[in-house]
Design a protein around this ligand. Structure first.
Ligand SMILES: [Zn+2]
Length: 262
């Protein structure tokens, strides 16, 4: 497991720093810096993995000349996979703190809870916790083919698995069936949960499924889906890369189909 969330740092581990700087953060040779910042504010313990405790802070002043400045998305792609959950947590806690400064019920300034990641109102007692938005992603298969789609904002030639946010009152299963039908007109069955990933844009919890084609012809949803198609696993288009769960899910599905169909 790559994310441990005790209340205080593990004293047997070294410390690394996740240093935010406006919309960017700083890495040292594609790693969180081990060197403490000369000046910082909003220091917070994020958690630890097997190697180090991670503290996050807002950098004040200049970073050392040999550090590299990244956007959050760049950093998620360049850090090792076992560090991604720590960065996802750091980014989401930071966003939560920035967007929950005052009580929504009585407008009093909020305080950090001493023993968890929530904030509370000392005036009326209202409690706030970092928001999580469950979203589903599904790889639908038909024989050796996989159903992939592209939205208008994807880079040219790129396709991905279908995805969408869970609506209030909706189960995950119903969400996968609804989003697949809305985006492509396809009905599915044999739904199987395979994996999840925290994805801090801005606070998604991505839940990945596989499913099999049941019925219907592809009808891309106007405005949402520019194109959707069945792709043979030997003739795939460009797909998302790096540590994204979309990349993992499509590769996982291809491996399954090769095992089944050769
Ligand atoms: Zn209040």
């Amino acid at each position: 497991m790559s994310l441990h969330l005790p209340a205080t740092p593990d004293p047997s581990l070294n410390t690394r720093w996740c240093l935010f700087d406006g919309p960017h953060l700083w890495l040292d040779n594609e790693q969180f810096p081990a060197q403490p910042p000369a000046s910082s504010t909003s220091v917070r313990f994020i958690g630890h993995n097997q190697q180090f405790n991670l503290l996050s802070a807002e950098l004040i002043g200049n970073a050392p000349a040999h550090w590299q400045r990244h956007t959050l998305r760049q950093a998620l792609q360049s850090l090792p996979a076992d560090v991604v959950p720590l960065l996802a947590r750091a980014a989401q806690l930071r966003r939560f703190e920035q967007s929950h400064r005052y009580c929504g019920a009585c407008a009093h300034p909020l305080q950090n809870n001493p023993h968890d990641s929530g904030r509370s109102c000392p005036s009326c007692g209202e409690l706030y916790y970092p928001r999580l938005s469950p979203a589903m992603m599904v790889a639908v298969t038909r024989g050796r083919e996989i159903l992939l789609a592209r939205s208008p904002h994807f880079s040219p030639g790129m396709y991905s698995a279908l995805a969408g946010f869970v609506e209030a009152g909706e189960s995950l299963e119903a969400c996968v069936e609804r989003e697949t039908a809305e985006e492509t007109g396809i009905r599915i069955h044999k739904l199987q949960y395979v994996k999840s990933q925290s994805w801090p844009f801005p606070h998604s919890l991505m839940l990945a499924f596989t499913a099999e084609y049941a019925s219907g012809d592809i009808t891309p949803q106007p405005g949402e889906i520019e194109d959707a198609a069945w792709f043979d696993i030997d003739r795939l288009p460009g797909i998302p890369g790096g540590h994204s769960i979309a990349h993992w899910l499509i590769q996982h599905t291809i491996t399954q189909l090769r095992t089944r169909y050769g």
